[in-house]
Design a binder for this molecule. Structure first.
Ligand code: BYC
Length: 336
């Protein structure tokens, strides 16, 4: 097929430079955009613009990192769960999160980036993970609140990703969302038990936990739409289906009713139903706190990253042994 160099303006935002595209590439991009417009799904083998690939690697790997870093604050409570039932549930939940990380790393790998590269970006602080996991888990009630609010926010954000234009990510999200929904329910049920059958001190512990997690949960959805540099292009490409602010609003509306049933208050004096908007108004989020935490200066950033790096280094002998085992058996398998 013949190609003809063409000078076109970069579609990749950011550098503002012109990129040289061949006529063939321009045609491929046109076809890709038409497929997106028709609501088609893109598979790993399909042609895709480099910026689409990079955006997906960024989002999917950050999502994977969030799952495996998210295991840490809950893992701390497995040995301190109050009953065998709660311990078994928490253990299963943390294992699920490890599994979600693996599906997501595998989805990111289909885009041509290796697991080692993805993990290196996490360990060297170049990749992000959800801000929420840089907050400490101080009491048992935090296990319930993480399930109810953190997983609740995660589901709100992740259900639309089941329709993400990149099919391997969308497929991974279907199973993840089913499991997240169990995570949310178990958290709510744990809190309900404490609120309805617990002591005064246990009810106060639940309220304190909700007070600490509420605002960081609202931040999980990302910056406001007008300050979200990636949103417009990601929405255009069907990577994100619903905007940060819309999801945050849906989460607030759903949670207010659940808080009433639970018997806790949400720590926002400005939270009230707005009849005209048919939504709840809520107070101003402290975005300076969000950016501080995202920038590495949250209460637990160093501890979380340190734990992940240590786990990676401690596991070096396992990786070496697995490689040595594979090397020993490869000639035998080839001969057979
Ligand atoms: N924390 O342009 P924006 C879970 C970054 S965990 C940290 O709006 P985008 C769970 C953002 O990356 C939930 N960083 O970005 C696990 C960007 O920086 P870069 C994890 C954040 O990508 C265990 C910059 O801010 N879920 O489920 O369009 C136990 C500007 O933002 C955050 C996912 O990852 C944040 N909260 O939208 C329990 C879901 N928010 O990358 C639960 C998939 C924003 O340009 N991800 N940033 O350097 C997404 O849906 C989107 O990536 C986001 C952000 C909505 C998070």
């Amino acid at each position: 097929m013949y190609t003809q160099a063409m000078d076109t303006m970069a579609r990749e935002p950011g550098d503002g430079k012109k990129v040289i595209r061949s006529a063939e590439e321009a045609l491929l991009e046109e076809r890709f955009e038409a497929r997106i417009d028709d609501g088609e799904f893109i598979e790993a083998k399909d042609w895709m613009p480099e910026h689409y690939r990079k955006t997906l690697v960024r989002q999917i790997s950050q999502h994977a990192h969030s799952e495996i870093v998210g295991m840490l604050p809950e893992g701390n409570w497995i040995t301190r769960a109050p009953t065998l039932k709660r311990k078994a549930i928490l253990l299963a939940k943390v294992q699920d999160e490890g599994g979600h990380g693996l599906y997501l790393y595998a989805a990111a790998e289909t885009l041509g980036t290796s697991r080692d590269q993805l993990l290196d970006a996490l360990h060297t602080g170049r990749a992000k993970y959800s801000s929420i996991f840089n907050y400490p888990t101080l009491t048992w009630a935090d296990m319930g609140t993480i399930g109810w609010l953190v997983d609740g926010a995660a589901i709100m954000n992740q259900v639309p990703i089941c329709r993400c234009s990149y099919a391997p990510y969308a497929r991974a999200m279907i199973r993840i969302c089913r499991e997240e929904s169990f995570h949310q329910r178990q958290g709510y049920e744990a809190l309900l038990t404490m609120m309805q059958h617990g002591t005064e001190a246990q009810r106060a512990m639940v309220q304190d936990s909700v007070n600490r997690w509420w605002w960081p949960c609202l931040m999980m959805f990302g910056p406001p739409d007008d300050q979200s540099p990636n949103s417009a292009q990601s929405m255009r490409w069907g990577i994100k289906r619903v905007s940060n602010d819309e999801l945050r609003q849906k989460f607030v509306d759903a949670t207010v009713e659940q808080a009433k049933v639970l018997g806790v208050t949400l720590p926002d004096p400005d939270l009230k139903w707005n009849e005209a908007r048919q939504h709840h108004d809520f107070g101003t989020i402290d975005w300076s706190e969000f950016w501080r935490v995202v920038g590495g200066d949250g209460p637990c950033n160093q501890e979380r990253l340190g734990a992940r790096v240590k786990a990676w280094e401690d596991g070096a002998w396992v990786r070496e042994a697995a490689l040595a085992h594979a090397a020993k058996h490869t000639p035998l398998q080839q001969a057979a």
